[in-house]
Ligand binder design. Sequence first.
Ligand SMILES: Nc1ncnc2c1ncn2[C@@H]1O[C@H](COP(=O)(O)OP(=O)(O)OP(=O)(O)O)[C@@H](O)[C@H]1O
Ligand SMILES: [Mg+2]
Length: 663
Amino acid sequence: MAYCPNGAVWNASATIGRRVDGQGSAKARQRDGHELPVAAPSGASAILGGASVLRAADLDVGRARERRRQRRLARLAMVLWVATLAVWWRVLSGGSLNPLDGLSLGPEAMLWLPAVLLILVIGVVMLLPMVGQGRSPHLLYRPEQIDVGLDDVKGLGPLRDEVVKTLNLFLGYATFRDRLGGNPRRGILFEGKPGTGKTHMAKAMARHAGVPFLFVSATSFQSMWYGMTARKIRAYFKALRKVASQEGGAIGFIEEIDAIGGRRGGLEGGGDGPVSPGTGGTVNELLVQLQSFDTPPFGERTAGRLIEWVNGWLPAHAQVSKRPPRYNNILVIAATNRADGLDPALLRPGRFDRRLYFDLPNAVGRRELIDYFLAGKSHDRELDDDTMRAELAHLTFGYTPVMIEHLLDESLIWALRAGRDGMRWVDISQAKLSEEIGLKQPVAYTPLEKEMVATHEAGHAVAAYLSGVGRRLEVLSIVKRKDALGLLAHNDTEERWTRTRTELLAFLRIACAGMAAEELWFGESTTGPGGDLVSATGIAAQMVGALGMADSLVSFVAMEEGLNQRNVVAKVLSDPDGRARTDRLLKEAKMAVKEQLDLHRPLVEALRDALLDREELIGDEILEVLRQAEAVLAGPVPVRNAPSLLANRPAPPRELADRGRDG
Ligand SMILES: Nc1ncnc2c1ncn2[C@@H]1O[C@H](COP(=O)(O)OP(=O)(O)OP(=O)(O)O)[C@@H](O)[C@H]1O
Ligand SMILES: [Mg+2]
């Protein structure tokens, strides 16, 4: 006997297991212990589980479509046969071939015909909007209308294989269902950040599946008329069933399903508490429709009722048997940015039971995407260089595929503005800066203000150079962008997913360095460090209350609160002890970096002067200034933190793994 983890006995059905014996023939074991032979699944696993997409025409979907086509041809032949007979009969009996021959409206038609036509027009005008209201709002695409294939889906790694396997199961549904006894997947949920390729992937799937694709945006189900939203949902699923039965299969795609599938109030996990947000009715309809794929069409239902009526008059041995329910091969894909907000009933097995998470692409994925996008965009030969592309893949850490595509489009615009036909590295750098930080808004600083901003930014850069092991200095600027008067952008030299305590302490020092530099050179600080303190406090509070890095292992993340949802920073700062620890971390970081900058004044001054002169230093330009200043010093820079230990550390919250920027 098998037990679920919660102790409940597993459901026992009539057939309790299948096994394949030594000779490869499959047996289904019944509850009474007898074994019945079933069709051998020879080669099925090789077909359905393969990593390449199967051809729809060779599979169950193709066979179902062919059967349907032959039935349609037979019906057409029958109709033509009857029409030909009717024409022959008219010809032989000497009658006219015009069916309207002899039809006349009479001489008074001019009196009543306009009134009848007017009433008809008014009736149509009034009824038409109501007829349209209950219609399914989908758009139907045939495979040949879709210009995206699976070869155009890049950088998703194992996710693509998973999708191909799902597609193969869809195409070979009859093999999986009838020969292997499985229940094919009928719903998958794509979740992920905007622009990670969910819609793109669904289109590619539809093209390869070779079946119609019914695209619908969940918001288009919504209607101001009572009950109309549910009616539109019903109409959509009805259209899916119809197309699937005609074409051997259909793929439905519901974009942004959270618009109609939000968690109902009062269910486990909260939602909106006892107050329903108003999606209850539509969620219920969605739940019902997701189980309605095998509902027979209207004609079959009517025939079934007729048979039941006839059977009421017939003796038991002469009963007319009804047609068994037909399996409609339908796959519904839903996409959302927020799967956690969906109603749990939607995610149970049998509905959207497979969740595929579209994550941000890693370095290999970004490189694939860059190669793919650059192949279609005009660029200078320097961008074909392997190291340059690897560098770009590195610099686009945290980018979604659509962001990478957009960055290259923007770079092309920068190139055009500079009078070139193809983009170059410098265009990509400019586009990246203006996308990430904002366009330059040069302002006239007073000389003292300019010197203060330059000293502040130079302080950040020197701290990052000395403390930030494994950091690459990307941009140092005193040009105003958005609300930042200046900035230092620094990034990891390698792709990283975790942080050590040493590195977080270095982040604190880098953040406090602007303030320390102002105090060292001007005796007091300005309003400039305000933004730095926000990010530094965030990091320090995480170290105290979430990461066990400040002499306490208590996690404030584990603390659940009633109605007041607060982030970990708020939780830590509202606790007197947490606040004291956070403050201590910040003060220690500031003291340490102040000492460090004091020891390396020539470095800060060299960078400050370079900034006053050039306003913006990019990449190696920053290092050049620092190295020249170092060379003037007696020897190599003495104080550098010990290299961080990078092995097997727990993952920190994602926001700590993001790139740094200090204003
Ligand atoms: N894996 C990919 N390979 C190639 N191009 C991609 C990929 N992912 C996204 N793109 C590009 O990005 C564009 C936007 O992607 P898509 O519409 O699929 O995002 P999405 O995840 O559906 O976003 P949203 O959640 O906002 O609907 C696509 O039209 C395509 O050009
Ligand atoms: Mg989308």
